[in-house]
Design a protein. Structure first.
Length: 311
């Protein structure tokens, strides 16, 4: 067991997110949301490369045929296969000014993805104007504007959670009776009852709530094979493992505060991959901000389900 994070890719992502292990290829995919870039890390030769440069990519899943399903801005969804991007017939109308964020697939191939307020920052924008824009976005997101949508395998799209602010990391309990959903605006991870047959989620309860005084915000999330919940703490410089009762079991520190998401991978799913942000401000967030890290925590995760959204 190596509980010390190892930097495996030193790419300065502005907002590294959505790590997903592709078992067919034995590679990890992740995105730099703001840059609209999709990357792939191959642990065999210990190398990485850029797969795609698009307008904006908020999250991704692996389709049943092995292609990538990309969740983008303004309600758009696209597939990436054979080196080309293809617009999907499924979308969410009236989502201009919003982008998709973290995604998760259920056992039947349905996808759940949250949305949050988004506005592109101009390359010529002054630092003062950029700070003002970020403040406005935080204010907009704090007013519970974000929703979680379910994409069904027949192409239908349904709103399953309304007004959660900034919906973030999600994960199923091993018995699939619960869906954990992060609400970053309220620094809370919720546990919902999950109806696998109908894809419905209901009766949320607070699983973990960070105090208002905490600098850290819960961000990405994954669940290991023991049913323990792992949460990336943005501005907290760590990932935290919570017991099924919501109490903290351990935390692993990272050398940068902007920790965004995490996912298990590797042949035995014993590697925990961790994404970070702030690569455009390494003077502020440290020389490893935006990098991809890996740790072997001594526990394993579970394979992600494959999405089955019609192309």
């Amino acid at each position: 067991m190596n509980a010390s994070p190892e930097r495996v890719v030193d790419h300065p992502c502005v907002l590294g997110e959505s790590p997903v292990w592709h078992p067919d290829e034995e590679r990890l995919y992740w995105v730099d949301i703001q840059a609209g870039r999709v990357f792939c890390y191959d642990p065999g030769p210990d190398s990485y490369y850029e797969v795609l440069k698009a307008d904006l990519v908020g999250g991704l899943t692996i389709q049943s045929d092995g292609s990538l399903l990309l969740f983008m801005s303004d309600g758009a969804v696209a597939s990436f296969r054979n080196g080309a991007l293809h617009a999907m017939p499924v979308s969410v109308p009236k989502q201009r000014g919003f982008r998709f964020n973290d995604c998760i697939v259920d056992p039947l191939g349905r996808v759940y993805s949250g949305t949050l307020a988004h506005h592109r920052q101009s390359a010529t924008m002054s630092a003062r104007a950029a700070r003002k824009l970020r403040r406005l976005l935080r204010l907009r997101q704090s007013h519970k504007t974000g929703h979680v949508f379910r994409f069904d395998t027949d192409g239908r799209v349904t709103t399953v959670i309304r007004d959660i602010g900034r919906p973030n990391g999600m994960g199923f309990s091993p018995d699939r009776s619960r869906l954990y959903v992060t609400g970053s605006s309220t620094r809370t991870i919720y546990a919902y009852e999950f109806d696998e047959k109908h894809g419905m989620i209901a009766n949320p309860r607070v699983f973990v709530r960070l105090p208002a005084s905490a600098r850290a915000t819960p961000d990405g999330l994954t669940v290991d094979s023991h049913g323990f919940v792992w949460s990336a703490h943005m501005n907290g410089g760590c990932v935290v493992r919570y017991r099924p009762d919501g109490t903290e079991e351990r935390r692993i520190g990272l050398p940068t505060p902007r920790v965004t998401s995490l996912s298990f991978g590797g042949a035995d799913y014993a590697d925990l991959y961790i994404t970070t942000a702030g690569g455009d401000r390494r003077d502020l967030y440290g020389g490893t901000a935006g990098a991809l890290f890996r740790v072997r925590p001594g526990v394993s995760g579970l394979p992600d389900f494959r999405s089955r959204i019609p192309t």
